[in-house]
Write a protein of this length. Structure first.
Length: 540
């Protein structure tokens, strides 16, 4: 509640812009008043907020009682004020015509101004003040009574009109506006006093020693006071769900993959994944290609990515490395490149391949990565040095040349997981996904057979969105194909699950957001984030 403080000296006039404390002035005026005080009259130049603050402060101590009176006032617009001063448009037209004894229609605007000529002429005709003779306006009335001006002058004085039709007319002509006026009727309350008593907020040792505490006036608690809203930060829902995903992954022994690079070669984004070069996903319609530089180098050692991966693995190495880890042999990228080409063009590793002429140039085109599976692929090819059970995940941005709508963006986040182990089955993947989403509070899952060039079998994962009232796709998954894993040098009995989920979809389900553009992109309203109770309660 404003003004709920101890007594403060009442300044004669507050510095401009600062609210004044009118408390003492209200008490003073009431002391001599024999009728209830009308604040509009008593404090003509105080703002409503100042008055209300003082009244609330006094009323909460029963020193005054007050009533709020609302009323509406008519205010003249600048045009109406001009009419009050100079006469109405129709008056000005008649006046000009009368003075000159006649004005050609064409010259009226020059005499009285275009606006007045237009509006005033019609009314002057209707009032039979002027008439047309040929193309000349001539006066009819000798004297006229400017009713519009008189009406507005009276409105200016009384701030009202008594006729509803007149009011509508004046509003339509934009001559008046309605203003709401709030006044207060104030009376002495049961605990009225000339001055506010000193209110103590603390019981001090001195008061106890002197015995003053017995007569001291303690300020009552104000349980109605609302705290000022704090401009504290809020976690974005995507960040919250991302944190939850990471938590779940780490709890299940996953190692994070280094995903800092948004740009990949076609090789890591497509070819190494056994995506044929004529696949529609590699079309300009679906993928953003980089024009400068346009081409990547063929795959080779990548010390930077290697160092990032080493660091991420460091924590979990003890759990997952084989005790007798062999010395890493240098990777033979020429062989890998040749095997990727072979499996596409001629087949191999038990596959008949796609049998098309494979182009090295297409493979080296640079793209904005369309999925984080590009990174998973790179991480998996490293696993060939020491094939072993391993779990990797990443959560980062991907880019697709999509048209944007309520559920699609050209830029979004993918949550990706890869599980390598001996003896994996599809049923295990389904169970894994159910557990995984269960931990996020999404219980209802459906699986639908799907197709990816790099997995077989493949499954789309659907979750039910209560807000949208329908099933929405939240992920894609499958078991990586030998055509992808074997050219890397991974053994046939090491099976690998992969899944990619959008971060946005589960977030939409969880936070009941129906338009993805409320979550990400240039249309995000910070109010949505700051005001979302679930966003402010952070458990992670
Ligand atoms: N890359 C797939 C997801 C996926 C990852 C791994 C295996 C299967 C599917 C996508 O973008 O939708």
């Amino acid at each position: 509640m404003p003004g709920a403080r101890g007594p403060v000296p009442v300044p004669a006039a507050a510095p401009a812009g600062e609210p004044r404390d009118l408390t003492q002035q209200v008490l003073d005026k009431l002391a001599t008043a024999d009728a209830p005080l009308n604040t509009a009259e008593a404090f003509p130049d105080a703002s409503q907020a100042e008055i209300k603050a003082a009244l609330d402060r006094l009323a909460s101590r029963d020193m005054v009682a007050y009533e709020t009176l609302e009323s509406e006032h008519l205010l003249l617009t600048p045009e109406a004020k001009k009419i009050c001063a100079e006469g109405s448009h129709e008056f000005k037209v008649w006046d000009a015509v009368k003075r000159k004894g006649g004005v050609p229609v064409k010259e009226l605007a020059k005499e009285v101004g275009a606006e007045t000529a237009k509006v005033g002429q019609n009314v002057a005709f209707r009032n039979k003040w002027i008439k047309n003779e040929g193309s000349v306006l001539i006066p009819v009335a000798e004297t006229v009574h400017d009713a519009t001006r008189e009406l507005l002058q009276s409105v200016d004085k009384t701030k009202a009109v008594d006729n509803a039709k007149t009011l509508t007319e004046l509003k339509k002509r934009k001559l008046v506006t309605l203003a709401k006026v709030i006044r207060y009727k104030v009376q002495k309350g049961p605990k009225y006093a000339r001055k506010m008593r000193v209110e103590h907020t603390d019981l001090t040792a001195d008061m106890l020693a002197s015995g003053d505490w017995e007569s001291a006036n303690f300020k009552p608690y104000n349980f109605n006071a609302l705290g000022a809203s704090q401009n504290a930060g809020a976690l974005h829902p995507l960040n919250k769900v991302r944190a939850e995903f990471r938590h779940i992954f780490f709890n299940q022994g996953f190692v994070e993959m280094p995903t800092a690079r948004y740009i990949e070669s076609g090789f890591w984004n497509f070819d190494a994944l056994f995506v044929p070069q004529q696949h529609p996903a590699r079309d300009m319609q679906d993928t953003f290609f980089i024009s400068d530089p346009a081409m990547a180098d063929p795959p080779r050692d990548d010390p930077e990515a290697e160092a990032a991966m080493e660091q991420m693995e460091a924590g979990s190495r003890r759990l997952f490395a084989s005790p007798d880890k062999p010395e890493p042999k240098p990777r033979d990228y020429e062989q890998y490149w040749a095997d990727v080409k072979k499996v596409h063009q001629d087949g191999g590793f038990g596959s008949i391949g796609y049998r098309y002429p494979w182009s090295a140039e297409e493979c080296l085109r640079l793209v904005l990565r369309t999925h984080t599976t590009a990174v998973s692929t790179w991480v998996l090819h490293r696993l060939a040095e020491d094939p072993r059970p391993a779990r990797y995940f990443s959560i980062d941005r991907v880019f697709r040349n999509e048209s944007v709508d309520a559920t699609h963006l050209a830029e979004f986040h993918q949550v990706e997981g890869v599980i390598a182990d001996f003896g994996l089955t599809l049923g295990g993947l389904m169970r894994f996904m159910e557990d995984f989403f269960g931990k996020l509070g999404i219980e209802n899952l459906r699986f639908k057979p799907a197709y990816n060039p790099y997995t077989e079998p493949s499954m789309e994962i659907f979750g039910y969105h209560t807000g949208l009232g329908k099933w929405v796709e939240i992920g894609n998954s499958g078991m990586f194909r030998p055509e992808m894993l074997e050219p890397m040098g991974l053994p046939r009995d090491l099976r690998v699950y992969g899944f990619g989920l959008s971060l946005e979809r589960p977030t939409m389900i969880k936070y009941k957001v129906s338009n993805i553009r409320d979550l990400l992109g240039h249309k995000v309203d910070l109010g949505f984030i700051e005001g979302n109770a679930a966003v402010r309660l952070d458990k992670n």
